[in-house]
Each structure stands twice: as C-alpha cells, then as structure tokens.
Design a protein. Structure first.
Length: 74
C-alpha cells in the first residue's frame, strides 16, 4: 500500500475518533444569555409574588390562618 493510502486512513480514523469523543460531551446547560433571561424571569415572578402576598386582603387571610393554627387545641 502506498504512503498516501496509509496517511488517508489515519486521517479518517482520527476524524471518526474525534466525532465519537465529542458525542459524550454534549452541552446540556444554559448559555449566558439564557441565564440572564432566567434571572429576569425569576426576579419578575418574585416581585409579583411579593406584591400579592403583601396586599391587604392576602395579608389578612394569612394572619387569620396563623392565628387559627396557634390557637388550636392539641
């Protein structure tokens, strides 16, 4: 076999091995822009939840629930 054929086979084997190595390292995480969008969404949800929980009606209901729980007989 000629030296050109041997070199070509080596290149094909190296390329195939490189593809196989890459398959085990798939990126399942988020990139920076996805982290930023996730943080913005989480902060927005936290603000909405804070507004709901600190509203007058919800605060009164939560206080009533706590009072009932503390005054319950065991």
């Amino acid at each position: 076999m000629s030296s050109t054929g041997v070199g070509m086979r080596r290149k094909i084997k190296e390329a195939a091995a490189g593809r196989l190595r890459g398959k085990g390292r798939r990126d399942a995480g988020m990139v920076t822009s996805e982290y930023a969008m996730g943080i913005i969404a989480a902060v927005g949800f936290a603000l909405l939840l804070y507004e709901v929980v600190t509203s007058g009606q919800v605060r009164t209901e939560l206080q009533d629930i706590v009072k009932k729980a503390l005054s319950a007989r065991m």
